[in-house]
Write a protein that binds this ligand. Sequence first.
Ligand code: ASP
Ligand code: MG
Length: 296
Amino acid sequence: MKVMKFGGTSVGSVESLRNLRDIVNAEARPVLVVVSAMGGFTNQLLAMCEQAQQRDISCLDTLEAARARHHEAIDGVVVESMRDQVHATIDRFIDESLKPYYLALATNPRMPVDEIERVCDAIVAHGEILSSAIVTGMFEDGVPHLSLNCMRTVPDGHGRILDWEETGRLVKTEYASLADGVHVAQGFISRDTKSGDVTNLGRGGSDYTAAILASLLDAESLEIWTDVDGFMTADPRTHPDATVIPQMTYAQAQEMCDAGAKVIYPPTIAPVAIKHIPVWVKNTFNPAAPGTVIVD
Ligand code: ASP
Ligand code: MG
C-alpha cells in the first residue's frame, strides 16, 4: 500500500482537489491519503485565537468566511450522495466546537495560561478535521480515519515528541482491516498519551504523520504531494536556473531539510529511512513532472 500526503495548497481549492482526485483515482486500492488543512486555514485558526483573547469578536467573521470556503469546496468536489452529510459535518464542527471555543477565549479574561494553550491546540486541530471530511467525501470508496484515535505525543522539555510505543499499538488497531478503498486520515493532529488532550506534531507536521503511518504500516512508498516539482538545486526565487534533483539519498534529503529547504518537514525522513521506504516528492499542480525520489 502507498501512503499519499497532500499539503495545504493541494487541498486548498476546488481546482487542486480535482487534481488530487484524479491522482488518487489512478492508484490501486487500498491507498492511504493523509491531508493537511486547506491552505492558510491553520494560520487563520491561530490568528483568530489571538483575536479572541483580545476580545476581538471579528474573528467570528473570519470563521464565517472559512465556513463558506469549505462549503464551496464540498459543492465542487464531494460526490452527490455524500454532499449533505459533509456540509452538515462542517457546520457541526464550526457551530458546536470552534465557535464555543472562541467564545470561551473571548469571555474568560482570567483563563489560566495552560488552559488557553489547551483550547488553542484543540482549535487548531480543526483544520485537518474539516479538510479530511471533504476529501473522504470525494471518493465513492472513501473510508474515514481519525488520527486522534491513534497518534500520541508525550511532553519533551517545552515541546512534545511522538510516543512511538503507544502510537504503534494504536495505529495497528485503527488500521487493522485495510480493506480496499481510499483511506483518509488527518495529518498534524494527535493526543497527549496521559491526559488525552488534543496536541499536534508542530507546524508543517502533516508530512511527519504520513511518514509515521508509512513506517508503522510498512507502506511500499510514501508520496508527498505539494506545489513544487521536487527538491531543487537552489531556491528558484533567487536562482532562476535552478533545476529539480531527480534522486537523492535519505541523508542528502535530511541535510537539505535541516538547511532550510521548505519542501518537507525535517522529522519526516527518519521513520521512512529506517524502513527503506522510498519517498517521492510530487507536484499536485504538475503531476506529469517526475518529481524527486529519496532512497537509500
Ligand atoms: N496544517 C498544519 C500547518 O499548517 C500542518 C501541515 O499543513 O503540515 O502547519
Ligand atoms: Mg507542509
